[in-house]
Design a protein around this ligand. Structure first.
Ligand SMILES: O=C(CO)[C@@H](O)[C@@H](O)COP(=O)(O)O
Length: 229
């Protein structure tokens, strides 16, 4: 079932490792199936050098595994909530990439300091609130999805396809898993640049002028885009 999606999700998971966005097994990628009825996700705790397309797990949107010999990622419920809540996303990445995770741990949003950021995210990369003890006890992963959705209220998830979960790490998405990986690469780069800018200026700033931010974002996105071929 869904062999092509399994192949793509396998390749996107491998890409995470190749792009140095994961250490050990600290990350996972998923993608919605073409019929939108399920998603394919990495098996939990399986190291990247042992992965194969056959080991990918199919989970329906009710959260039931519908095909696999493996347990799905422990973050499956978070992915599921995001697919249910954001109808335009088709792929999700979770990593503990070092710079983005450092911002999540510091509980600091990533402001837009330059055009590299503006090319990918039309504003701050937002930070969720921390989960309460009760939320963690009653459903850690599902509630992680819910605090992300709560934080993304009034933010277009297509225009800012990433969030930092306070004290945890980033979740990133895109129209498919490959795009989500690209956005995760961009997130890690802009997090590193933001931290280095802070080292040079002593502050998380100066922020990019809003007209430059708008210009750079719209060069690459939307009906007036003209970047690339
Ligand atoms: O966030 C964490 C651990 O803190 C997990 O995302 C990470 O270890 C990956 O877990 P899975 O191997 O996908 O179950």
């Amino acid at each position: 079932m869904y062999e092509k999606t399994k192949q793509r999700v396998y390749e996107s998971n491998i890409a995470l490792a190749e792009k140095n966005l994961v250490i050990l097994t600290w990350g996972n990628v998923s993608e919605l199936t073409p019929d939108g009825k399920a998603f394919v996700i990495k098996p939990s705790g399986v190291s990247y050098d042992e992965l194969s397309p056959e080991k990918m797990v199919i989970v329906n949107l009710d959260g039931h595994v519908i095909e696999s010999d493996y347990r799905p990622s422990s973050d499956t419920e978070t992915h599921r909530i995001l697919y249910q809540s954001f109808d335009k996303i088709g792929g999700i990445v979770h990593t503990h990439s070092l710079y983005a995770t450092s911002f999540a741990q510091a509980r600091v949003e990533i402001p837009c300091l330059g055009t590299t950021h503006a090319d990918h995210f039309i504003g701050n990369v937002p930070l969720t609130r921390a989960l309460s003890k009760q939320e963690i006890e009653e459903g850690y992963e599902v509630n992680t999805g819910r605090v992300i959705v709560e934080r993304m209220t009034q933010i277009d998830p297509e225009a800012i396809p990433a969030v930092l979960v306070a004290g945890h790490a980033p979740f990133v998405w895109g129209e498919n898993s490959k795009k989500a990986v690209t956005n995760a690469v961009a997130l890690e780069a802009i997090a590193q640049m933001a931290l280095q800018t802070k080292q040079l200026t002593g502050q998380l700033g100066p922020v990019l002028e809003s007209y430059v931010l708008q210009k750079h974002y719209t060069r690459k996105h939307g009906k007036n885009a003209y970047y690339g071929q």
